[in-house]
Design a protein around this ligand. Structure first.
Ligand code: 13P
Length: 316
């Protein structure tokens, strides 16, 4: 069942975080639904601008509707990830999305507010909520590429003004993570002091953590053992993610980890079965392995086991 992102955040705030998982194709979607149902977790399906052109937005929408019928007990929201203004407006008009993200974080403060405000106005008129971004995450995420030197942590003192003036419903904050598989070179991690300050200045306001893949080292090693060349790939420590989930971070975005599972499964499959050219055998393994990954990640986030309570809350 598709529910509003707002209800999801209200239920999760301070207790757990909902996984925002990016999907691009049917295998990812099936693995995601299976994993969330196996672990009884509510979840958010994230669709990026790139995914909307790779698989075509109409196919993605049709697949999600079909999955909703296949798993009638599921509870999820559909979210546009890293939208520009035009893509946000397209998603709002479609009426299919629970929420959109307007990413104007590359703009100066006032311009970011101005753009976000326009999207909020259109979205709220249709009952859709809006995630905005303040601060600048490093790393590469499809069309968004920010050099580490240009990355900037969110300034907690700006949060209240930004939220009030823009009217956004949740806020993606730069708190030390970055997009992609190469987040840290040493023992760096989340800036909990920034999260705490933001929570103090904007109590109860849902925060979103992008760039939250943990880049499991066994995946990286297996990929490299099967011919990959991922040197120095490193992600966010899972214990830190669990801690943030109790501090007002209600949505945790994960894309890279899913790609790593895909890459490992396919590299190993074709290494071990060089005579095969059929996409279905590795596809089947991928769906099962991705579902397993999702079960584990939802335990880390604390969303595992929350399905029934979240459904009851959504209906209240
Ligand atoms: P990762 O690259 O860490 O998976 O982050 C994805 C993300 O933040 C999508 O918005």
């Amino acid at each position: 069942m598709i529910i509003s992102t707002r209800k999801m955040f209200e239920h999760a705030y301070g207790k757990y975080a909902v996984g925002g998982y990016n999907i691009n194709n049917a295998e990812q979607l099936m693995g995601l639904f299976k994993g969330c149902m196996d672990g009884k977790a509510p979840f958010i399906i994230q669709i990026s601008k790139g995914a909307r052109s790779y698989t075509d937005k109409r196919i993605l929408e049709a697949m999600i509707r079909a999955a909703d019928q296949m798993w009638p007990d599921s509870l999820f929201a559909v979210h546009l990830d890293h939208g520009d203004e035009a893509t946000c407006m397209d998603c709002i008009e479609s009426g299919f999305y629970s929420s959109v993200m307007i990413d104007a974080s590359a703009e100066p403060f006032e311009k970011n507010i101005e753009i976000t405000k326009r999207v909020v106005k259109a979205a709220h008129a249709k009952g859709i909520t809006v995630e905005a971004e303040l601060g600048k995450l490093g790393g590469v995420e499809e069309h968004v590429s920010v050099a580490e030197a240009d990355a900037k942590l969110t300034d907690p003192r700006q949060v209240k003004e930004f939220v009030e003036k823009s009217g956004c419903d949740s806020l993606a904050c730069a708190i030390g993570t970055s997009h992609g598989a190469y987040k840290f070179t040493g023992s760096q991690g989340l800036h909990f002091e920034v999260i705490l300050q933001i929570q103090k200045l904007a109590p109860g306001f849902p925060l979103v953590m992008h760039g939250s893949s943990s880049v499991p080292q066994d995946e990286v090693q297996r990929i490299n053992a099967a011919g990959g060349k991922l040197k120095g790939a490193k992600g966010v420590d899972e214990a830190q993610i669990s801690k943030a989930a109790k501090m007002g971070v209600t949505k945790v975005n994960i894309d890279t980890d899913g790609r790593l599972v895909w890459c490992r499964v396919h590299r190993e499959h074709f290494r071990d079965n060089p005579e095969n050219f059929d996409l279905r055998p590795p596809g089947k393994v991928f769906m099962a392995e991705y579902a397993k990954y999702i079960v584990h990640k939802n335990q880390v986030l604390g969303s595992a086991g929350q399905l029934d309570a979240a459904r009851k809350f959504a209906r209240s």
